[in-house]
Design a protein around this ligand. Structure first.
Ligand code: HEM
Length: 158
């Protein structure tokens, strides 16, 4: 009925692909929610006074659970993205520079995720050396990454 909005847009835009894309977006959004919130917990951990043991333990527990959960969400987010790219061939043909730029930024997001795990280990071992202000700036990185990735994949500027 609506040209271009249905399940037969051509170029592999089939019903199944749209379901996969929908869940790719849901999983990516959930993964990034973790990447936004985990460094907020680090901000709070970096501000805990040395004698507030209960607060420290509670924040550490929250951070560990969130890291585990957001890591679990990253797997389907990336897996479904790979299906769209490699199986459905979206962005695979030569000339899709937006896709290469996106993949580069996804690699940066994974490095950020890994860095969160490293920083959490430092908190667990009481080896944190950074201030809450540093963590506030660190917290901005996933926001910038997500904005650029979404613009790349939706606008496809090059
Ligand atoms: C291994 C990593 C990833 C791969 C291979 C991948 C691949 C893809 C592909 C091929 C599409 C379809 C694009 C289109 O229909 O034009 C897509 C859609 C999308 N991806 Fe990813 N993606 C990955 C990770 C991410 C991440 C980390 C984000 C966000 C931070 C993201 C956000 C999106 C969004 C919002 C769409 C929907 C675009 C639209 O339909 O207009 N993806 N992805």
């Amino acid at each position: 009925m609506f040209a271009g909005t249905g399940r037969h847009q051509g170029g592999g835009y089939t019903g199944n692909m749209l379901w996969i894309k929908a869940f790719h977006i849901v999983m990516v959004a959930s993964w990034f929610a973790g990447l936004f919130y985990l460094p907020r917990i680090f901000v709070n951990l970096a501000m805990v006074p040395p004698d507030s043991v209960a607060e420290w333990d509670r924040l550490l527990l929250m951070a560990r659970k969130l890291l585990r959960f957001t890591t679990l969400l990253a797997v389907p987010a990336l897996g479904l993205g790979l299906v769209l790219w490699l199986y459905y061939g979206i962005g695979l043909a030569p000339g899709n520079a937006w896709m290469h730029a996106k993949l580069g930024l996804v690699a940066v997001a994974l490095a950020y995720h890994w860095q969160c795990a490293v920083l959490l280990r430092q908190f667990v071992n009481h080896k944190n050396t950074r201030s809450h202000v540093w963590y506030r700036w660190f917290n901005e990185a996933p926001v910038i990454l997500m904005v650029i990735i979404v613009v790349l994949v939706v606008v496809k500027p090059f």
